[in-house]
Design a protein around this ligand. Structure first.
Ligand code: ADP
Ligand code: GLC
Length: 485
């Protein structure tokens, strides 16, 4: 069984959020199950730099519409995962991010950049494929690769079966109608049962319409997206396809996120050496210019700063948090307004609140280790990885009961403590009142060392690896291939 895993992100080379981590840790887990899986992704500058001599394995031409000729190059990741790098320098070797130009706006040709990626994914599963490796299954991830099932449907119906994993319904890949012929899709695709979505072309809808199986990254999110409140306009289609939709919780890379071996920390630690966590806290306070206070709980945040993440609520609670008393360290980037708000609360509370605006992998690790309590007040959260990292780092999280957060964090209360299951703090409504109450409960519990260590133990001993979830993806692949035989 040959599986093509098509993704716009793959850590460590390209990562704007959890998809990069997920792809890079799921792919080796699936290969270790004996699946012949290869990863298709654009040859961004970081990949070109990492694999300057990657050999050419195919020249692609005549892909339709205005899709340009391109090349596929082969490389292998440090984990032994074969990579197919889609090379079209004009599209992918640019300064700036994978989706945004240096001016912070979407690249104006994103439909062609990710149309090409989707089209090539479909090509690798079609009779036209000239590689000696043609896949039985195309596994797409998010809107950037979501047109692959649509291309298979319209251009190669006898080709590979398809799986689409939704990591975030908020990003749908919406473009003008004029892009339809540019993408080499037939006029027939412009209909409500095709790629048309309220007079625009939707990459994500194309995938949801034609994928043989749809998965998303937690069981709770799989339910939520079938409701009007969380369906972002696609809930009707998702309800229609509910029989092929399932939620599979993400695992994490337990080697990269392991406090006992984390090279970014000043001292490594595990359950038996929890006192070394205190050294990380002091070092973090020093690094961030906070007062070095062992007697105050330190809250930590590492996040994209967007509406999704609910951190505007936390910014509004800055005064109350400092009055608890407690400290806060935040690392994030995103919406300009929220960046300003975080810079402002730090300015108003020197010694107690510190914020770094930017993307910094090493600091993210040091916050997971050095903070006492992690905060994720998301309005919605398909899975969320940081809460799992924080559980593993003995940094119990405060989360809102949504998506993957609801599936991984168990609120600390009499019942869950009695059953020895509590591992963090969960609140319900996305309001400053509910979040404020949860922050207070967390800070109070932190002051009871025995109780606190019970929470830490729950998180630090839990299983967050890929074993179970990788098996579930493998079962989906097998069922799809078996149906065709
Ligand atoms: P999302 O994908 O919605 O952003 P996740 O929790 O799934 O949320 O994954 C976010 C990933 O990106 C985590 O690995 C997190 O550590 C990382 N991350 C987010 N913001 C930053 C940042 N400013 N600096 C470093 N890492 C970040
Ligand atoms: C998305 C989601 C996040 C999830 C990640 C990886 O970016 O916002 O919740 O963990 O994808 O699946």
């Amino acid at each position: 069984m040959k599986v093509l895993f098509a993704t716009p992100e793959f850590a460590p080379w390209v990562k704007t959020g959890g998809l990069g981590d997920m792809a890079a840790s799921l792919a080796p887990a699936l290969r270790s199950l004996g699946i012949d899986l290869r990863v298709l992704l654009p040859c961004y500058p970081a990949l070109q730099k990492a694999f300057p001599d990657a050999p050419l394995v195919a020249q692609l031409a005549g892909l339709g519409g205005e899709l340009p000729d391109a090349a596929l190059r082969a490389a292998v990741s440090a984990d032994g995962v074969p990579l197919l790098l889609l090379d079209h320098p004009d599209f992918y070797r640019r300064p700036g991010g994978p989706y945004l130009a240096p001016n912070g706006r979407d690249w104006i040709d994103n439909h062609l950049r990710f149309g090409l990626l989707s089209r090539v994914a479909a090509w690798l599963g079609s009779p036209a494929c000239t590689l000696d490796w043609r896949c039985d299954i195309v596994h797409s991830n998010d809107w950037q690769t979501a047109l692959a099932p649509a291309y298979l449907h319209y251009l190669a119906p006898e080709g590979a079966r398809s799986v689409l994993t939704l990591h975030n319904l908020a990003f749908q890949g919406l473009f003008e109608q004029a892009t339809l012929p540019q993408l080499g899709l037939p006029d027939a695709a412009w209909q409500i049962d095709g790629v048309e979505f309220y007079d625009r072309l939707s990459f994500l809808k194309g995938g949801l319409q034609f994928a043989d199986r749809i998965t998303t990254v937690s069981p709770t999110y799989a339910q939520e997206i079938q409701t009007k409140a969380h369906g972002m306009g696609l809930d009707g289609l998702l309800r229609k396809r509910h029989d092929v939709l399932s939620g599979i919780l993400n695992g994490i890379d337990t080697a990269a996120w392991n406090p006992a071996e984390d090279r970014f920390l000043v001292e490594r630690y595990d359950l038996r050496r929890l006192e070394s966590k205190a050294a990380n806290k002091a070092a973090l306070q020093k690094e961030m210019g906070l007062d070095i206070r062992a007697d105050l709980p330190l809250f930590g945040v590492v996040s994209r700063l967007t509406e999704q993440k609910g951190l505007d609520l936390l910014a509004q609670l800055a005064d109350r948090l400092v009055d608890l008393p407690a400290q806060l360290v935040a690392l994030g980037s995103g919406d300009a307004d929220m960046e300003l708000d975080f810079a402002e609360i730090a300015r108003c509370h020197p010694g107690h609140i510190a914020c770094v605006i930017g993307f910094d992998e090493a600091l993210a690790h040091r916050i997971e280790a050095g903070a006492d309590i992690f905060v994720m007040p998301s309005r919605f959260e398909p899975c969320g990885l940081n809460q799992m990292y924080s559980l593993r780092y003995g940094t119990p999280p405060v989360v809102r009961a949504t998506g993957g957060l609801a599936d991984t964090v168990i609120d600390c209360n009499q019942t869950t403590l009695g059953e020895d299951r509590a591992n963090g703090f969960v609140f319900n409504r996305a309001t400053t009142e509910d979040l404020g109450d949860a922050l207070r409960r967390a800070a109070e519990t932190w002051r009871k060392p025995e109780l606190w260590q019970r929470l830490q133990r729950q998180g630090m001993t839990a299983e967050f690896g890929w074993q179970e979830s990788a098996n579930r993806y493998a079962a989906i692949y097998r069922a799809l291939v078996a149906r065709r035989d």
